[in-house]
Design a protein. Structure first.
Ligand SMILES: [Mn+2]
Length: 335
């Protein structure tokens, strides 16, 4: 190989390892889906956030779960699964969201695994670093507790937020501040004033909680999702949230275990992947300022069904955000 050919590997337009070889933050080059340096949708893997519109990062924390652990492996698995969707234009949007949005993968948040109580500060510091760069965050969990420090950091920047939560569980158990539990953090978020419950919607719920008060939130059960169209559910979401700044959190256990077996607290009777994708696709009027996807636990997965679903839900989110910033698809060519 000549010196010039070797140099082409650092010019960025190669078919493997774009996570470390790409120069532009925009665009998607063809690449192999099964090999190479792992990064979200083959975006640049870097701690340099300059010029990024949205920063993807992982929070591999799973020490607050009530049932099966393992979501510490979620970020790695979801990143790997996105490789099979990073080919350019995305159906049915018909555009590449990364032609519009500059997105980098900033790697994972570090915390001391021997001291769970440092997780709140570690995530807040990590989130502040990203949000202070001017970029938005997209976070891959990790168990759902991570949403609490993420919401705190987002509320510092934006004020009290509307929460749009896709989940089998409401996660509003009353708790004191010494506990780290993935079933109580939205109670804490309400109590702390970081989310506005009257502007918040929980979708896909199918479990009871100790205290069945709504705390002012709008609760849309899985049964209602099944007996409605995605359009009907999204118009209810719009009625509640209006143009309020919104944080969207997606617990993969919102999906039925048939569609997402790889999670810690699966609950049958949930949404299909299609129902969730269709709703995200319709959130065009929601003023989203940050989002996450949590609770993917790859060791309970089967044939990567769950990480693949999470990868496509994330991809759909980026298409939605690109559309909100003006991206439009090219029409199908008539012959
Ligand atoms: Mn859940």
């Amino acid at each position: 190989m000549s010196e010039n050919e070797q140099m082409s590997y650092i010019d960025g337009d190669v078919e493997i390892d774009q996570a470390i070889t790409r120069k532009s933050l925009l665009g998607t080059a063809q690449g192999v889906s099964y090999a190479g340096v792992n990064s979200f949708m083959r975006r640049k893997y870097t701690k340099d956030l300059t010029g990024a519109d949205i920063v993807v990062s992982g929070i591999p924390f799973d020490q607050s779960v009530t049932n099966r652990p393992g979501t510490r492996f979620g970020p790695e698995a979801v990143r790997r699964a996105t490789g099979q969707h990073a080919w350019g234009p995305i159906w049915p949007w018909r555009f590449d969201p990364f032609d519009t949005l500059a997105v980098v993968d900033a790697g994972d948040c570090f915390h001391d695994w021997g001291d769970s109580h440092t997780i709140i500060q570690a995530i807040e510091d990590h989130a502040d670093w990203i949000l202070n760069s001017g970029a938005e965050m997209y976070t891959i969990g990790g168990d759902h507790f991570i949403a609490y420090p993420l919401l705190k950091a987002h509320a510092r920047k934006h004020g009290p937020l509307a929460l749009l939560q896709f989940d089998a569980h409401r996660d509003v158990d009353k708790d004191d501040e010494n506990r780290i539990d993935h079933g109580s953090m939205f109670y804490r978020a309400i109590k702390d004033g970081v989310i506005d419950p009257k502007k918040s919607v929980q979708v896909g719920i199918r479990t009871m909680f100790e205290d069945e008060r709504s705390f002012g939130m709008t609760v849309i059960g899985a049964d209602e999702v099944h007996s409605s169209t995605p359009e009907q559910i999204v118009s209810r979401i719009e009625e509640v949230i209006g143009d309020h700044k919104t944080y969207m959190t997606f617990d993969i256990d919102c999906l039925d275990p048939a569609f997402a077996p790889g999670t810690g607290t699966p609950v049958p009777g949930g949404l299909s992947t299609y129902q969730a994708l269709a709703m995200i696709r319709l959130l065009k009027n929601i003023n989203i300022v940050g989002s996450d996807i949590v609770e993917v636990a790859p060791m309970y997965d089967s044939n990567e069904i769950t990480s693949n679903a999470a990868a496509l839900l994330a991809t759909e989110y980026f298409c939605l955000r690109a559309w909100q910033r003006g991206a439009r698809g090219t029409p199908m060519i008539e012959d």
